[in-house]
Each structure stands twice: as C-alpha cells, then as structure tokens.
Write a protein that binds this ligand. Sequence first.
Ligand SMILES: *Cc1c(COP(=O)(O)O)cnc(C)c1O
Length: 387
Amino acid sequence: MISKPIPYGRQHITDEDIRAVIDTLKSDYLTQGPRIREFETKFAGYVGAQYAVAVNNATSGLHLAATALNVKPGDKVIVTPMTFAASANCIRYCGGEVVFCDIDKDTYLMDIRKLEAMLKASPRGTYKGIVPVDFAGYPLNLEEFRKLADEYGLWIIEDACHAPGGYFTDSKGKKQHCGNGCFADCAVFSFHPVKHIATGEGGMVTTNSKELYDKLCLYRTHGITKDPALLHEHHGGWYYEMQELGYNYRLTDFQAALGVSQLERAKAGLERRHEIVRRYNEAFSGIDGIKTPFNAADAYHAYHLYVIQVADRLGLYNYLHENNVYAQVHYAPLHLMPYYQQLGNKKGDLPVVEEYYEHCLSLPMYPTLTDEEQEFVIEKVIEYIKQ
Ligand SMILES: *Cc1c(COP(=O)(O)O)cnc(C)c1O
C-alpha cells in the first residue's frame, strides 16, 4: 500500500527554487525587474523563439495574443474541442465566435483534414484564425497547419501549454520546437503547478514577429508606453501615454525567478517523463483493453499527460480513486460545456472527440513520481482491467 495519494500531476520545488525566490524578495524589484527579462530571454532560448512576453497566467496570454491579432466582435475562429476552456474563451473575450473542429482519433489533436474540409466548405474570408493545441504534449505538425492557414489567410495561435520542450520534425528534417514561432503567429505557455514549469500562476507568449511582440508588451501593461520612440508628445521624464485599452497581465519578479530556476531542470524533467512513459507502455503492451498514447517516431512528445483509453472508464476511475490514485479526465469536450452549448453547440456535433471522452483517463505523470508509486498505479490499473 502507498502512504499518500498519488495525483495525476504535481509541481517540484527544490531548495534552489526557494532560494531564488527569497533572493528576489530581498532585492529592489518585486515586479517588472531584471528576473522578468531574464526569464523571457531564457525561455525564448529554450523553445527557440525570437521574442517572449511573461504574463500572469496563460489565460491572460491567450487573451493578449487574440487582442494583438486583432480579434473583433463577430470574427469566426476555429478551435479544438479537446482542451482547457481558456483556449476558446480568449476568442470570446474579444467578442469573436468560436467554431469547433473535431480531433484525430489517434493523436487527439485538431484533425487537419477536417479543418481543411471546413475551410473549403465556406467562402474565403469566413474564418480569421485557428487555435490548435499541442494536446497532452503531442506536438502539432504546424508546418502543415501553416500551409493551410496561408492558403486561407488565417493567423494561428498555438496553445502550447502542454508542450514546452516538445518538437516535431518538418519536411526538411529540421526539429521544430513547440512555440518556436516559425509557423504559428503566437504561442502560449502556462506555468500552473500541474504544468512542466511552475511559478504558481504564470504564463508566456512567444512570437517571431516584432510587430506582435510590441503589441503584446503594450497590452500587458494597460496599453501604456514610456518608449520615447512611440510617444506622440514629449513633456519630460515622467511622461507616459496610454495608447490602447490594455490590461494588467504582468508576472511578478519573484515568480520569474522561480521560473528561471525551474527552467534549468526542464530538460531533465522531460527525460524523466519519457522514462515513466516507457514503463507504462511496457507494462500495458500485452494487456487487451488498454489503448496507450500514440507516439510518432519523428516527434518528441512532451508528455504533460499520459492518457489511456479503456472500455469502462468510470469504473477504472473510481477503482483508482478508492486506492488513492487520483487519475483525472482530460477533458470533457469544450463544445459540450453549458456555456458553449448555449451558443449553439450540441451533442453529436463532433463524434470523434465525444467518443474519446467516453474512454480517456490520464494516469499520474510528473517527474517526481517514484518507481514504487508508478508500480502501484500499474498494478491497480491491470488488476481492474483483468477482473
Ligand atoms: C493550463 C492550460 C491553460 C490555462 O493556463 P493558466 O495558466 O491556468 O491560465 C490554457 N490552455 C491549456 C491547454 C492548458 O492546459
């Protein structure tokens, strides 16, 4: 028996992390100090993007991205239904209309063939953009999405909250990291404690466009700038201008210090996640009735989640919880949330994601999961499936 409950995901805070936060608390800056810039620079380097903008959470980051891309009331945007609500809500904050596109039955990502069919079925200009998600950490092939987006004049916000460090291999054999800005206009990451890098609340928007970067920075801070090159008038050193209706979406300096410290272990964390995956896959390989995650040979999965599918998901969920294993479901399809149903979506609209939801279960997956704990999880899963 295990002594304490095993969650599906959790943060890992080391003594170095704590020291980094305390050092910042004793410094001159609590917000918008040197740790913010350091975190942005190092994170941009980690994912291979030119610009990164730290924000107070990924939901704010998604809203900033949608705002910077000029989403306006009535704009139609295509979003995957297999995601956390914020991926679609950011479009609603701007008054846009969310149209859902079903997922691929194996990768659980937005199905690009269905996306293409949707685009073909409507006059050009019907849709303004798309929000696909690197769901569970599986990297989207954004080269293909970009081709389609260009053909139809769409922007792309990549919701990469599950996938820092993941990459796909493009048609030229080049590794393309999630959120590197080569194909998507903006990408968004989360530093919520269940994600790869934890800062409490926190997020990052990456882009390779200087124009979008400037807008993201402006909207992050009330639409206010002090940059002499951007000011309309010059009154003196105190003078700033509010040029747009922006927000306060800033991250604190001590959270950025935690982010910098966590980022140093990000690669090691991914490797540990892959070890855990190998053990799960091996243990379940000979078992009928468990579908393990799809893994393409040319992609490096970031494994935020390890999702299996089983016939009796509710039974397995309850059995694991009785045994202190807090497996979780990701996610109830977004189009079936009461809010999105009230906007015209209904059961039966998206058969693949609805079928997936009947069977999916996320097993514990985080770098500090011990071998002993994982053995226990595996034992309980197999026990239930075989009974
Ligand atoms: C966690 C998450 C978000 C929201 O992140 P916050 O930092 O909590 O706002 C958005 N999209 C996806 C896919 C997520 O997993």
